[in-house]
Write a protein that binds this ligand. Structure first.
Ligand code: ADP
Ligand code: NA
Length: 345
């Protein structure tokens, strides 16, 4: 069987939140630490994706650096994982162009993320004039760039949260279309959906925790102080029923807190049902205190390492990023050589 190549990316759009961590970043570290010598782990700050919505240059530059520092702070190790900025490896953008010559417009127009980023209803179609005038080509076609990110490294496994499932399916479809026309160049990548499929917003627990929600108290950031975490958990939306029970449909706020606890405890920890039955006759305050303390125990070492990394002299992160870019370019260029040849370029 083929060697495993693991690829994933995160946008540099601010400090990652607990949903990014449990849904993706923590899995990246686990996969790195479990990798055998034949497995490649490739993780990217996907800065070209950030450009699909308006960005202020100074802010974006800052966020790129912070995101890179976070990758190191959570335990990714540049000697075991390729860590790089997407824009440093131009083969990503080049393969995107090539794939866009086989990618289906119909498929892209049925995908939902451009609609949610423009805050358009899910049933909006492209014939709608309002949708058409707001939509930029890059936002519409960014799943093609994601497919290129994955395929340019011939990745076999892509660890992501559940919200990215649709994009992995698009990548497989596009890889198959390419292979059908030009020969078997790309493996069909498999999504590795984290057990923490969807961490919900603390303020609106029927929607996922997200960087785009305006209320800052809706999410825990990996660099939040102990006090910030306590304040945010304390103000999390719950309900007025007495006692604790696990019932995501009827009690989404309480159930989200229980899920966060269970996910933080990890695969050997308690299930949501076990946590709920142990805390059954306690109060919401007791549950919240437990959740805040557990989150703090997990993110405090990350925050401390992060602060240490960003306080280092200029050039430290840049050097690590350049070393990662050299390896990623080499890996991607091997694929591009084969792609160009098979297409007659
Ligand atoms: P965001 O969705 O906040 O803009 P990204 O698009 O950069 O973040 O996603 C980075 C990773 O985090 C992706 O793998 C995505 O699936 C995962 N992710 C994002 N939000 C959540 C969430 N609330 N629960 C679980 N995983 C999430
Ligand atoms: Na996302």
């Amino acid at each position: 069987s083929r060697n495993r190549v693991i690829f994933s990316g995160i946008q540099p759009t601010g400090i990652p939140h607990l949903g990014n961590y449990l849904g993706a970043l923590r899995e990246w570290v686990r996969l790195q630490n479990d990798a055998d010598p034949m497995t490649k782990c490739i993780y990217s700050i996907v800065d070209l994706h950030a450009l699909t919505v308006p960005q202020e240059a100074t802010q974006l530059r800052q966020w790129r650096k912070e995101s890179f520092a976070i990758l190191l702070a959570i335990g990714l190790d540049p000697s075991r994982s390729m860590l790089f900025y997407q824009s440093d490896v131009s083969a990503h953008a080049e393969l995107m162009w090539i794939l866009s010559t086989v990618a289906s417009m119909g498929y892209l127009s049925r995908m939902t993320q451009w609609k949610s980023k423009l805050q358009l209803p899910e049933d909006t179609d492209l014939e709608n004039d309002n949708a058409k005038s707001k939509l930029r080509l890059g936002l519409f076609s960014y799943p093609v760039l994601q497919a290129a990110d994955i395929l340019v490294h011939r990745a076999t496994h892509v660890p992501v949260g559940e919200d990215q499932k649709q994009h992995i399916e698009f990548t497989r479809y596009t890889a198959n279309s390419f292979n059908h026309l030009f020969g078997n160049l790309f493996p069909s990548p498999e999504g590795l959906i984290s057990p923490a499929r969807r961490v919900m917003s603390l303020k609106d627990p029927i929607h996922k925790m997200s960087k785009s929600e305006t209320d800052q108290k809706s999410r825990i950031l990996l660099t939040d102080s102990e006090k910030d975490v306590q304040t945010k958990i304390k103000s999390a939306l719950t309900d007025s029923e007495p006692g604790i029970s696990y019932d995501p449909a009827r009690r989404p706020g309480i159930s989200n807190l229980i899920e966060i606890l269970s996910h933080l405890e990890g695969p050997n920890g308690r299930s949501c049902e076990e946590i709920a039955s142990e805390l059954q006759s306690t109060s919401i305050k007791a549950l919240k205190d437990r959740v805040a303390a557990t989150i703090n125990a997990h993110i405090q070492p990350i925050r401390d390492r992060y602060l240490e990394i960003v306080s280092r002299e200029n050039g430290y992160l840049e050097d690590i990023a350049e070393q990662g870019a050299v390896k990623a370019r080499q890996n991607a260029n091997e694929t591009m050589k084969a792609v160009r040849f098979t297409m007659g370029l």
